[in-house]
Design a protein. Structure first.
Length: 756
């Protein structure tokens, strides 16, 4: 029987005469056919298993910095009122019972939680001379927990503004920028002496008085966007929102970061400074540069937001961390309180949602960190989150060895294009800040539904050594690429790697200056022949020129159009950049038209030579370039043809190679890690009415999932354990190919393979 695999192998021949594929397609097994007919299939994960890389050498654990051994983090975010109401013993007992290694205790900077003598470090009105910070720190230390001194340098009060007008961020008219929620507070400017003088003064005061393990700033640097300030200092900087501004911003962040880090180390050499570093693929400062100096990546990605309602927001953050950390420590903050808009800071969110966010934290290789705000009535009016935290953390503590990730196992890299995410305004046809977010969500969703194992790759980390693990790199409208980055991608292809790109990829350099043609034009054999074409109601179609069942004497079918039957065309995309014709095209453009009135809803031209996709092969390298924004259009429309096209293309690019295969029902996210004991495959169940809106309110368990992976030579399996079910499962070995079944998945399961 012919499998999908052999179809993909035979279907790639370019320029050959037609092959009689009909009978072969008919011979496909029922399951594959069913998956094809339902639009690409969420449960289709067939493919050719390739061996995992040789295992990393075992490191000496004691040589690692202390934070790398942290497995659980806790924080009750202290309010001004807490010194009057919080039961310190109960607070410390709780986090100790949750087995956290570290707690955050507020020093702040907006309000002092100790009798600070630093000018303008205003004492909270319920402090009454008490050393609340010191008491909490002592209570934590008595129980063996480390303490992070938490500061917040982003806001201050009118008396500070009056004495130091230069500390404020300013509007264009010169007025100070105020907190939108409490306009008594002004926003401090990161380019002012506030950051040079005030923050170090507080740090040194804390170091002189207390035994803390490290320092952290909340509220700075900004996440996922850049500040917009018109103060005297900032007016001398490059214009806001430009690549030049971003570079200056990153330099300032890194300079302050390193300065604060040095202050932290003045007392204790293993101390360090860190700050909020979330913001997902947009980041704030350049994540590549930050990754090189950071000791603790604090992903402040606390829950789903109105702008980002897909359930995988935390997992995506974990992938962004993994792209830049080289194995350094990352923790993601899960809000046990109610995130969203509006949100309730002192009320628990749904427990299934809280658990899913922690599941994603672990699955994506970060350390879980539970967070609640305020301790009214002793230790919270709302205690519903507390048992959840203890139960969850207690479970993790039983499985720490398997839950600590060492190295991602993935054979696909998605270039995130941080500069494009932050600075590119979208194409001329659709100017929206959401453009790249929608693009990224589109490729993410498509990869999950195809159960592909993928990493994010930062555009400043395209060295051959980093890329060699990937069979293919995907460039979802990575509009900004420097000449050097284009050259690195060419080197990757010369070394046998495959690439997929689309629309405006490489149309701009690293300074957002447009190029006359794509920076990757030569590599892909594409050339731009016009400006971006948007949609006037009904987008363009892609005519299938090399269908599965071609007429006699026609070009051979192509694997990327496998499964499209009974149609001559499929949807194109919302926007496209017209390309120069190529020989033997697989898809050509049928231009768009209006959607209304229906009398005019027909193509003005039915046949063109404009390619909708350009494919190339050289040795084992395969290249695919779509003229349209296919991933984003998949996200906007949910049209299954686009999903199938993306899946077919990714399978073709990768020669259908898989590092881990997970077959079974449902919509899941999969992560695979090398761990110290062996391997861990994490399965997150997103088959849920609330996967794209609101919170998980209940769980719909999934049936059996068949897992397989090919282990490196000389690696022997001792056991396979399901960590959530807390049971071992039988496994089969066929040579080095390991196969086992996960009988069911509630919200989350981790299959832990112990090897010798
Ligand atoms: Zn400023």
């Amino acid at each position: 029987m012919l499998s999908r695999r052999s179809f993909l192998k035979t279907g790639i021949t370019t320029g050959a005469a037609a092959l009689p594929l009909v009978s072969r397609i008919d011979a496909l097994d029922g399951a594959t056919l069913a998956a094809q007919q339902t639009g690409g299939g969420e449960n289709a994960a067939t493919g050719i298993l390739v061996p995992l890389p040789d295992r990393l050498p075992q490191q000496q654990i004691p040589a690692e910095p202390w934070q790398n051994r942290v497995r659980r983090v806790g924080q009750t975010n202290m309010t001004e009122h807490d010194p009057a109401v919080m039961n310190v013993e109960e607070w410390a007992d709780y986090w100790h019972s949750a087995k956290v290694d570290v707690v955050f205790v507020s020093v702040t900077g907006i309000l002092a939680f100790y009798p600070s003598k630093v000018p303008f470090h205003k004492h909270g009105k319920f402090l009454n001379g008490r050393d609340f910070f010191g008491e909490c720190t002592a209570a934590a230390k008595q129980r063996g927990m480390r303490v992070v001194a938490r500061m917040s340098p982003d806001l201050n009060w009118p008396d500070a503004l009056a004495a130091h007008p230069k500390w404020a961020m300013r509007h264009k008219d010169g007025s100070p920028q105020l907190s939108t929620e409490d306009p008594r507070l002004f926003k401090t400017c990161m380019f002012s002496s506030y950051m040079d003088d005030y923050v170090p003064a507080i740090m040194r005061e804390i170091s002189s008085l207390y035994d803390v393990d490290c320092f952290y700033t909340n509220g700075w640097p900004p996440l996922g966007n850049l500040p917009e300030c018109y103060c005297a200092n900032c007016s001398k900087l490059p214009p806001g929102g430009t690549p030049a501004y971003w570079r200056v911003f990153t330099e300032r962040v890194l300079a302050l970061w390193q300065r604060y880090d040095a202050i932290a180390k003045e007392k204790q050499v293993d101390s360090f400074y860190f700050a909020n570093s979330g913001g997902n693929v947009r980041g704030g400062p350049n994540l590549d540069q930050l990754g090189k100096i950071i000791a603790w990546f604090q992903a402040d990605n606390q829950g789903r937001t109105y702008e980002d309602p897909a359930v995988w927001g935390c997992s995506s953050q974990g992938r962004a961390c993994n792209a830049v950390l080289d194995g350094k420590f990352a923790a993601n903050v899960t809000a046990a309180y109610s995130t969203g808009n509006p949100g309730w800071r002192n009320a628990s969110k749904s427990p299934d949602e809280t658990r899913m966010w922690i599941n994603e934290t672990l699955a994506s290789g970060m350390v879980p960190y539970l967070h609640f705000v305020g301790a009214e009535k002793g230790f919270c009016e709302d205690r519903r989150w507390q048992k959840l935290g203890v139960d969850y953390f207690d479970w993790t503590a039983r499985h720490d060895a398997h839950l600590a990730a060492r190295r991602s196992i993935a054979n696909i890299g998605v270039v995130i294009g941080q500069s494009t995410q932050l600075l590119y305004p979208g194409p001329a046809t659709v100017r929206t800040r959401a453009y790249m977010h929608e693009t990224t969500q589109g490729i993410y969703d498509a990869l999950l539904r195809g159960r592909f194992a993928f990493d994010y790759v930062h555009e400043d980390r395209l060295e051959p050594e980093r890329l060699k693990k990937y069979r293919a790199l995907l460039l979802p409208n990575v509009a900004m690429l420097s000449d050097r980055q284009c050259e690195q991608l060419s080197d990757y292809v010369r070394a046998g790697g495959s690439l997929m790109a689309d629309f405006e990829t490489s149309l701009y350099d690293e300074n957002l200056n447009p190029r006359a043609d794509f920076g990757l034009a030569g590599l892909f054999g594409v050339s731009k022949v016009g400006d971006a074409v948007g949609t006037n109601g009904n987008p363009y179609y892609a005519r299938i020129e090399r269908p599965e069942s071609p007429p006699p004497q026609s070009p051979a079918p192509h694997a990327i159009v496998e499964g499209f039957r009974d149609t001559n065309w499929i949807p194109g995309a919302q926007n496209r950049l017209p390309l120069k014709p190529v020989g033997n095209p697989v898809l050509t453009v049928v231009p768009g038209f209006v959607r209304y009135p229906p009398e005019l809803a027909y193509p003005p031209v039915s046949e063109t030579t404009e390619p909708a996709v350009v494919l190339r092969e050289s040795g084992s390298s395969r290249l695919a370039w779509f003229s349209g924004d296919v991933e984003r259009t998949w996200w906007l429309t949910g049209h299954g043809d686009l999903l199938r096209l993306l899946h077919n293309t990714i399978r073709w690019l990768t020669h259908d190679e898989r590092v881990v295969s997970v077959e079974g029902p449902g919509f899941i996210e999969m992560f695979a890690w090398e761990t110290r004991p062996g391997y861990a495959v994490h399965l997150l169940n997103y088959s849920n009415a609330n996967a794209f809106h609101g919170w998980m309110q209940s769980i719909d368990p999934l049936g059996a999932q068949q897992l397989s992976m090919k282990l490196p030579p000389q690696v022997h399996v001792k056991s396979v354990e399901l960590l959530r079910a807390e049971q071992t499962v039988p496994f089969k070995l066929d040579g080095q190919t390991l196969r086992f079944t996960v009988p069911s998945v509630a919200d989350y399961e981790v299959a832990a393979v112990t090897v010798a």
